[in-house]
Design a protein around this ligand. Sequence first.
Ligand code: NAD
Length: 460
Amino acid sequence: MAQQIVSRSPQDSTDLVVSAPAATVEQVQTAVIRARAAAHEWSTAPAVQRATALHAAANAVAGAATELADLIVREVGKPIGESHGEVARGVAILRYFAQQALDPDGETYPSADGRALLLARRRPRGTVGLITPWNFPIAIPLWKAAPALAFGNAVVLKPAPDASAVAIRLEELVRTALPDGVLQVVIGSAKAGQALVESVDAVSFTGSAAVGRSVAVAAARRGIAAQCEMGGQNASIVLPDADIEHTASIIANAAMGYAGQKCTATSRVVIVGDPAPLTQALVAAVEHLACGDPADEATVVGPVINEAARARVLEAAAAAVASGGRVLTGARPGAGDGWFVQPTLIDGVKPDSTVAQEEVFGPLCALLTAPDVEDALQIANGVPFGLAASVFTRDLNIALDLAHRLDVGLARINAPTSGVDFHAPFGGEKDSSYGPREQGKAARDFYTSTRTITIAPAAS
Ligand code: NAD
C-alpha cells in the first residue's frame, strides 16, 4: 500500500493540512518520463517564450499572494509577516529569471585559423530533480525551478512532506503558465526523493547535511550533476566597539526569528572581550521578542515544525547544561498547544561542545567568549559547516580582514547571518554546500552545460 504523507499545522496538531498518498517509485519515474517528453520543445522554444511564461507564472503567484502566505503560516508555522515576504520574494525570483532567459547564452572566442567561428553556448541539462526542505516552501522551490525553466530544463519537484500542501498549490498556480509536463510536483518522503535522484539528468537539493551528502553520492554514482545546499552553524563575532543595543537586537532576530529554522540563523555568538554587557542586552532583546501564534502580525517566533523538532531543541539545551552550560533564558516548551519552544540562550559551553558544533535548527543560540579577534576567528571557523557568519564592529580594517578569512560562503559585516539576496550567489563552504552556487547569475552554472561549437567555412 502507498505510504500516506500527512502534514499537520505546527501550532495546532489537530489541524490536518493535507493527507496525500506518497508517489511510488513508478510514479516518480512516470513524472520524469513526462518531463523528458516536454523538455525538448521547451528547450528549443524561443527564449522570449520562456521569459513570457515565467512572467505569467509570477503573475499567478502574485495573484494568490494572500492565500499562499496564509497557507505557509498554517502548514509550517512561519510568522505571517515573513510569509508575505517569502511569497513576494518568490514573485521577484520568477521575474528576475524571466529576464535572465534573455541574457547572452554564451561567448565567442578567436578561432585557431582566424576564419572559423568558435562559440561556447549554454544548453539545458534536460530534466532536473528538485528536492526541497519545508522551511522556505515557496522561495526554495522557486529559486531552483525559475532558473531551471528559464534556461530550458523541465523540472520535477519533490518537496518535504511537512510542506506538501504549499507545494501542491504552488504547482497548480505555476503550471497554468507552462506547457504540460514542464513542471511537476511529486509528493513523498525519502523514498520518492531517492527515486527522483535515480531518474533525472541533474539534481538540486536543499536540506540537512546527512541527506545532502547521500544525494551527492547517489548522483555521483550515476554520473549526473548535483548541487546540494545543506545546514549551518553560523557565528556572529561581536567586537568591543560594536553598538551593544543595536547588535543585540539584530542577533536576537537572526537567532530566534521563525524559531531559528533558517539555514542562515545565528547559532553562536562569539563575544570578544568582556561578555557581560552584550550578554545582558541579548537576554533582554530575546525576552522582548513576540512569541506565539504565527498568524498574529506581531509574532516573530512561532512554533518549531513538529514534535520531534521540539524534542530535539529541548534535548540539545539539556545536553548543553550537562556539559557545563548555563541557561540564560528559555530551554522550556512555550505556552500553547503547538510545538512552541521558548527562545533559548546558553553560555558557559566550550566551542567544541555539541551545541556549538552541530546544527540544532531551532531557537537556541550559544554565547561563547574569546580574548581577541584571532581567537574569535578560530572559534567561528572551527565547525564542520561554513554557510554564513557575521561580524559587528566599526573597525574597517578588522571587518575587511575577517570578510576574507571567515571560512563561509556568506560573510556579512554589521548585518545578521540570516537573509538572502536572490540576485547574488548563495551557498556555503565545507559541509554546508556541495557543487556550484545557487541564485543570481551563478544559477546558470548548474542548470546549463557548455557546448563548444566550431563553424568553419566549407571548402570552396
Ligand atoms: P531533510 O534533509 O530532512 O529533507 C530535505 C528533503 O530531502 C526533503 O524533501 C526530504 O523528503 C528529502 N529526503 C530525505 N531523505 C532523502 C533521501 N535519502 N534521498 C533523497 N531525498 C531525501 O531537511 P529538512 O528537515 O526538510 O530541512 C531542514 C534542513 O535544511 C536544515 O538542515 C537546514 O539547514 C537545511 N536548509 C538549508 C538551506 C540552504 O540553502 N543551505 C536552506 C534551507 C534549509
